[in-house]
Ligand binder design. Structure first.
Ligand code: BJW
Ligand code: ZN
Length: 245
């Protein structure tokens, strides 16, 4: 582990351009449940059953109840040392943070150049007129309606089978392709197209560092996989980019 950690720190030290991709594991130590694994269930529903347009069409109240539960839970959580370590990188490197997380905790930690690949749980979008707005109230009347056209509002997040925002995806691909170091933390690496970004980065010559509690499909691409908690390992890597300033 020490040798791998030193290798990763050395790559960060010499990098000019760093891109990170984060997933739910980075927020796990803040108390936000991950999607897959033991903590991912809500009232016997798997996230895949609710984070889907078909589920919303069939039962918008049920889907909104799940989102309300998550909004309330996330509102009570704070960024952890992993979020803060990543926010610190912006001071030293050309840095892009791509996150699959919708919780907003990277912003709360002070991060600025953030691409929210799967949207934000704090934004709502009208299914009729398309208006989007930020709504941080922890409990919305279920199901909420648009103040302009009375259409049904939905969370402004990306569900399974839906296209990602192409501007954000294009910027993410550019950031992956231009990175000297691509740092992947806390993602199971099973959801596309996010999971392919490490491969794009690797293909264009980046040194790929993975931080996770276990090996994932991304480990094949990774030059170094550091097994452990993001909230512990990311601050350890911090010396690498600070030394390289
Ligand atoms: C720790 C830790 C600690 C724990 N420290 N680590 C190509 C092949 C096959 C399928 C597809 C494909 N292209 C597209 C698809 C279909 C689909 C897909 O990927 N399916 C696969 C699951 C098979 N993708 C899509 O539908 C995407 N759309 C798309 O591509 O559009 C074009 C298209 C349309 C139609 C057909 C084909 C293409 C959209 C995907 C949207 C994902 N949405 C969600 C919900 C967001 C909203 C919400 O939050 O409510 O995004 S699903 C959920 O998974 C969420 C997450 O962002 C995403 C990824 O999860 P993540 O972050 O990796 O979390 P976990 O829980 O999986 O993993 C946590 C990890 O942390 C674990 O590894 C732990 O070990 C680790 N960990 N504690 C460090 N302390
Ligand atoms: Zn509307």
């Amino acid at each position: 582990m020490t040798e791998l950690l030193e290798k990763a720190k050395n790559a960060l030290k010499h990098a000019e351009n760093v891109t990170a991709l984060t997933g739910a594991g980075v927020s796990a130590e803040s108390g936000v449940p991950t999607f897959r694994g033991s903590g991912g269930m809500w009232k016997n529903f798997r996230p895949e059953q609710l984070a889907a347009p078909e589920a919303f069409k069939k039962d918008p109240v049920l889907v909104w109840e799940w989102y309300n539960w998550r909004r309330e839970l996330i509102a009570s959580k704070k960024p952890n040392s992993g979020h803060y370590a990543l926010a610190d990188m912006e001071k030293y490197k050309r840095f892009t943070l791509i996150t699959q997380n919708v919780d907003g905790l990277h912003h709360l930690a002070g991060g600025k150049n953030i691409l929210e690949l799967h949207g934000s749980i704090w934004k709502v979008r009208c299914t009729r007129c398309g208006t989007t707005k930020i709504d941080r109230s922890s409990v919305l009347t279920v199901p909420p309606r648009c103040s302009k056209c009375n259409g049904l509002l939905r969370p402004d997040v990306v569900w399974f089978g839906e296209s990602l925002d192409m501007r954000i995806l294009d910027k993410s691909i550019d950031a992956a392709l231009s990175a000297d170091v691509f740092l992947v933390a806390g993602t199971s690496g099973v959801v596309q197209p996010a999971a392919s970004l490490a491969r794009y980065a690797k293909g264009s010559g980046a040194f790929v560092i993975e931080v996770n509690m276990e090996k994932t499909p991304i480990s094949i691409e990774a030059d170094v996989t550091l097994i452990g908690k993001a909230g512990e390992i990311l601050p350890m890597l911090q010396d690498g980019w600070i030394e390289g300033r």
